[in-house]
Design a protein around this ligand. Structure first.
Ligand code: PLP
Length: 381
């Protein structure tokens, strides 16, 4: 018997909230206020509080949050921004769009996050370039924080601002200086995405920059609205990065459930960990901190060989999986001009050819998970 197990089931999450969501949407329709407004402000306050920071500046997407964060630091032509070659495209696409040069530092193969030792090495080897490095963007990939304690130590030593790409990681946390800190609250700015597949997903695009820095918060609020304040007086060149009131209304309904959804994802991860850990040739995801710090936006296994065959096999049996991400940035066609070669970032390349994301969404049933486990065992048998 074949069971259909999707990678994500957005409808399953919305069904129990449907009447509440329809009421919230109706409220927006009745208000006639579709751009910014009180709901957007309320969301900004709530997300800032959730992330443990003073300011939340909503944006039209996670991509625009990253773009605006870089613009707030005046990143442009001639500048360098350090990040990882293994992430969603937006992380460094925004760097290149501003005319700056992305420079890559390899990942750690347990967490798939930027390796602080490699970061430190880059800065030591490229001393003459340090004045051009305007930001470091660690990505909290799959919902688990990068090693922020070490990254912040290195960044502070060289006085380079850190922008956290927390698009996959809202609500995740890690230890910094003996305290557990929420992702987004550790660097100069943190960026979140409300793309529907993220743990807190809107019904469309949305994002937010969070920060404790009042000056940056004001600048971000201006940049999001063509750099104007008051209206039609432009002290900066910004863009239209505004969040819709409809998305804010939806997110305000969903936010109170976010921690419960994180818990459900963790429980699903425990189940997979227990049932998949004995399989030779398959590595379950490593927990860098503790399980409570991880929000499991993705549950990503590493397969020693035949990753693509496993993926096809599972698809043939109704189980949808995904490869996040099949090509590292330094091997992307659009970044050929950066002059990197295959082999330059062996760990990212290894991850790109061995990782596979299994369905982990909160509403996944035990029967479905058991089915996924059985199919994987059948493949390796
Ligand atoms: C989703 C994502 C983004 C971009 O967010 P959008 O809301 O889709 O624009 C950026 N970085 C990472 C790591 C992401 O996963």
């Amino acid at each position: 018997m074949t069971l259909n197990v999707p990678l994500l089931d957005v409808a399953a999450q919305l069904t129990p909230l449907k009447s509440e969501l329809m009421k919230a949407i109706e409220g927006v329709v009745d208000s006639g206020r579709f751009i910014m407004g009180p709901l957007v402000e309320e969301l900004e306050e709530q997300i800032a509080r959730y992330a443990g920071v003073r300011y939340g500046i909503s944006m039209s997407s996670g991509t625009d949050a990253l773009l605006a964060a870089l613009m707030a630091l005046d990143v442009g032509a001639g500048d360098i921004v350090l990040s990882t070659p293994y992430s969603f495209f937006a992380t460094v696409g925004v760097v290149a769009r501003l005319g700056a040069t992305p420079a890559f530092v390899d990942i750690d193969l347990d967490s798939y996050n930027i390796d602080p030792v490699a970061l430190e090495n880059w800065l030591e080897v490229n001393k003459e370039l340090i004045p051009k490095v305007k930001a470091i963007i660690p990505v909290h990939l799959y919902g688990q924080c990068a090693d922020m304690e070490h990254i912040m130590k290195i960044a502070n030593r060289y006085d380079i601002p850190v922008i956290e790409d927390g698009a996959q990681a809202i609500g995740s946390s890690c230890p910094v200086d003996g305290k557990i800190k929420s992702s987004g609250s550790i660097g100069k700015m943190g960026c979140f995405s409300f793309f529907p597949s993220k743990n807190l997903g809107a019904m469309g695009d949305g994002g937010m920059v969070v920060t404790n820095d009042e000056v940056l918060a004001e600048k971000l609020a201006k940049l999001r609205n063509h750099g104007s304040a008051p209206k039609y007086y432009h002290s900066l060149i910004g863009g239209n990065f505004r969040l819709d009131a409809l998305q804010a209304a939806v997110l305000l309904v969903k936010l109170p459930h976010l921690d419960t959804w994180h818990e459900m994802r963790r429980a699903n991860a425990v189940f997979y960990d227990e049932h998949l850990s004995g399989i030779a040739g398959l590595k379950t995801p490593a927990i860098t901190w503790s399980r409570e710090n991880h929000i499991y936006n993705q549950y990503v296994i590493s397969v020693d060989s035949r990753r693509n065959e496993l993926r096809d096999f599972l698809q043939g049996r109704g189980v949808t999986t995904e490869v996040y991400y099949p090509v590292s940035f330094h091997e992307q066609e659009c970044f050929r001009y950066l002059g990197y070669n295959t082999g330059d970032f062996p760990k990212s390349e290894h991850a790109a050819s061995h990782t596979l994301a299994l369905p982990i969404y909160p509403e996944l049933t035990r029967d479905m998970q058991l089915y996924v486990v059985e199919q994987i065992k059948a493949f390796f048998a």
